[in-house]
Ligand binder design. Structure first.
Ligand code: SF4
Length: 443
């Protein structure tokens, strides 16, 4: 039982690095603390919570910088650090001046309990520089989270951890093995979001398609159950591995009530040789089949694709295979990540190393290809009618929203715009806006 009286009237500041999952979890910690009487502030807080990421060397560096900054801006605060970097480097993090408590992936679910215990003990006596982390195989807890990105969009965490162990990735070490809550509990969270006025939910997780490991349920059954929740008009699946994106799931989405024609699928490489080196569980032919099935059943679907460039073993001719493959695919946008060496990963045993200059050149070519594809996709929709879910804008600023198939739409500033906040509105899509980041809406 948590003694909430000790928290009444206190303040907290939060900082999050990394993926949507981390943002979703931090926002849930914030909501729980608010319910306990803790006000959120930007600086001079009594409590700081920093949720870290360790996806690249740069991410580790940013985490250390963020911790130093939070300690500096919140003198005397009780500082808790959690997340992937905390799990992988607990001793380093607990050694940073000003850090009071470090919680790994298993303890993250009980962050509020740990905080409460440490807080009531008095930080100066017992809790300074303590850390709690379990070995990867012992990470079993699941921190439930359904956060409100804004009033319009919610992020519902449906799964955590990963069993894949791709050779370049540290996420399974940082987040543990795949696990999930029950379909019933997730439907209850979706209903709650609908009651609060939420219209759109993004399903988040580390390897979402692996849903069901813990509860013996199937991802498609989760999708079907959520589709029935009244009040939620739109669902998006944040990202799903191609081998887990079943044909049955694609066909269901094509006819579903509320699952949007919008997919985000990690390809990583279009070369079968590089995919083998990465220990990915599909080949380019399977990926091409999934894209074709999506486009055959949902011709207007938006498809985002993750690609990693410059991994070990990606010889110039293999990068060209990736480039040609992506060029031939009917996809909308590429998310390009330059490979970063991670200590302890199997990829370090692959001898061929791509020079940094080549990584940059390859990234640039793929980003240019991505721009061409996105622009062509947007252009195809100019003049068409579309339903847009508008999001609140700051006073005097343009209002934005997204179509079902994730085209960003812009309305010029107007005092009347407020009435459109969180509303589904049918518009005609006009030309590009000034900086080509959206299509203009014609009401
Ligand atoms: S599927 Fe591969 S890249 Fe994705 S989290 Fe799991 S190990 Fe990492």
């Amino acid at each position: 039982m948590i003694d909430t009286s000790a928290f009444q009237g206190k303040t907290a500041a939060y900082f999050t690095l990394g993926c949507k999952l981390n943002f979703s979890e931090t926002s849930t910690f914030g909501r729980i603390l608010e319910e306990m009487g803790v006000r959120t502030v930007e600086r001079d807080a009594d409590i700081c919570i920093i949720n870290t990421c360790s996806v690249t060397e740069v991410a580790d560096h940013k985490c250390r910088q963020a911790i130093h900054r939070m300690v500096r801006e919140n003198p005397g605060a009780f500082v808790v650090v959690t997340g992937c970097y905390a799990q992988l480097k607990p001793e380093t993090v607990s050694g940073i001046d000003g850090v009071d408590l470090v919680l790994g992936a298993n303890e993250k679910a009980d962050l509020i309990q740990f905080l409460s215990e440490a807080w009531s003990c008095g930080r100066s006596v017992t809790s300074l520089h303590r850390y709690h982390t379990e070995k990867t195989k012992d990470i079993k807890t699941f921190a439930p989270s359904c956060s409100r990105g804004n009033r319009t969009r919610y992020f519902l965490k449906v799964q955590d951890g990963c069993n894949y162990f791709c050779t370049y990735c540290t996420i399974p070490y940082a987040r543990g093995f795949s696990r999930n809550p029950s379909i019933d509990s997730l439907v209850a969270q979706a209903r709650q979001a609908a009651e609060e006025g939420g219209k759109e939910i993004v399903l988040t997780g580390v390897n979402i398609g692996d849903f069901g490991e813990t509860t013996n349920e199937r991802f498609i059954d989760l999708v079907k159950a959520l589709d029935k929740v009244e009040g939620i008009s739109r669902y998006r699946i944040s990202s799903i591995e191609p081998d887990l994106l079943d044909d049955e799931l694609i066909e269901y989405c094509a006819h579903s009530r509320a699952f949007m024609p919008h997919f985000h699928i990690p390809l990583q490489s279009g070369s079968d040789e590089v995919l083998r080196l990465m220990h990915r569980r599909y080949d380019s032919a399977l990926f091409a089949h999934k894209i074709k099935l999506i486009k055959d059943t949902m011709p207007d679907a938006f498809i985002g694709v993750d690609v990693m460039v410059g991994t070990r073993g990606e010889k110039p001719e293999l990068f060209e295979e990736t480039y040609d493959f992506l060029k031939s695919l009917d996809v909308t946008q590429l998310h390009v990540f330059p490979y970063s060496e991670r200590p302890g990963t199997a990829a370090l045993k692959i001898p061929y190393i791509v020079p940094d200059q080549d990584k940059k050149r390859r990234s640039k070519r793929l980003l240019d290809l991505s721009d061409e594809k996105t622009e062509a996709f947007y252009r195809q929709h100019i003049g068409k009618e579309a339903e847009v879910l508008f999001e609140k804008a700051a006073s005097g600023k343009a209002m934005h929203g997204f179509t079902k198939n994730y085209i960003r739409v812009e309305l010029p500033p107007s005092p009347d715009n407020d009435r459109l906040d969180n509303q589904l509105v049918n518009v005609r899509l006009g030309d590009f806006n000034y900086n080509k980041t959206a299509l203009k809406a014609i009401l």
